[in-house]
Design a protein around this ligand. Structure first.
Ligand SMILES: Nc1ncnc2c1ncn2[C@@H]1O[C@H](COP(=O)(O)OP(=O)(O)OP(=O)(O)O)[C@@H](O)[C@H]1O
Length: 248
């Protein structure tokens, strides 16, 4: 369970988050939408503690996210970064097993490799990719490797940052379905940032729309089309006219 209350963050004069309230229930999949530069990534980084908010509170499983041991806190999370963000110099299995080979719960090399191969299989990749390098894989395969890495340590919470960026519509559909399946299967709490409405429809239980520093609309996915919210309506229909100013 993640709760964000009255979160504020400015960079100089740029007030990016201006009173964000949000709650993600345990095992729930929340998708954050909103235009470019509305602060979706800043919000995600605040939750992870990579950016310090100016004010407001963030709790993860009832605990203040800014207090306590960082490593224990971060161990709860899996992340699928934009573009996969794989380490080029590590083989595929070493990328997947990255977290398993560090920290107090460190596995032996053989065990870490076995877990990596099992996770690769879970995302539809055969064991023969384990010893290849990221540069030798297609974008869709790299995304699968990123997903295998995100779930390798069996996290309670997974963040997906633009999971379908750079993929064609068919591969996007495959990755969206895989994310949904895995999130349901492991019962993880998920938070996804995306511009891709097909991801929203495939992944979300709940949706929150960020604009002008706060959540303009939030609700269950089945109410998305019937919100009567002018911001959401403009965003969903990709219209230039409406309360959201389009910079030309
Ligand atoms: N470390 C930083 N220092 C200064 N300004 C920042 C920093 N990080 C983000 N910003 C600013 O905060 C605003 C929101 O950025 P953010 O990356 O969160 O947008 P976003 O909604 O994720 O956009 P996109 O959908 O394009 O990725 C932008 O104006 C950006 O320039």
């Amino acid at each position: 369970m993640i709760t964000v209350e009255n979160l504020h963050k400015a960079f100089g004069d740029n007030r990016v988050l201006n009173g964000v309230d949000m709650s993600i229930g345990k095992g729930e999949s929340m998708v954050i939408i909103g235009g470019s530069g509305t602060g979706k990534s800043v919000l995600l980084k605040c939750i992870l503690g990579l950016i310090t908010p100016d004010s407001g509170t963030i709790t993860v499983n009832g605990k203040d996210a800014t207090k306590g041991d960082r490593d224990t806190f971060l161990a709860q999370f899996g992340m699928l970064f934009q573009g996969g963000a794989l380490f080029d110099s590590l083989s595929v299995w070493q990328n997947v097993a990255f977290r398993l080979q560090r920290g107090p719960l460190k596995l032996s090399k053989t065990d870490a490799r076995d877990v990596a191969i099992e996770k690769l299989r879970r995302v539809g990749l055969k064991s023969d990719v384990a010893d290849r390098y990221p540069a030798e894989l297609s974008g869709g395969m790299q995304k699968r490797v990123g997903l295998a890495r995100a779930i390798a340590a069996e996290p309670q919470i997974i963040f997906f940052d633009e999971p379908t960026t750079g993929l064609d519509p068919i591969m996007s559909g495959v990755i969206n379905d895989l994310i949904r399946e895995i999130v349901v299967e492991i019962g993880a709490t998920a938070m996804t940032i995306t511009h891709d409405m097909s991801s929203v429809r495939a992944i979300a239980d709940q949706v929150a729309m960020l604009h002008d520093g706060s959540v303009q609309w939030t609700g269950p996915i089945d109410q998305l089309e019937h919100s009567n919210n002018p911001y959401l309506d403009q965003f969903l229909n990709g219209r230039a006219e409406g309360p959201i100013e389009a910079v030309r």
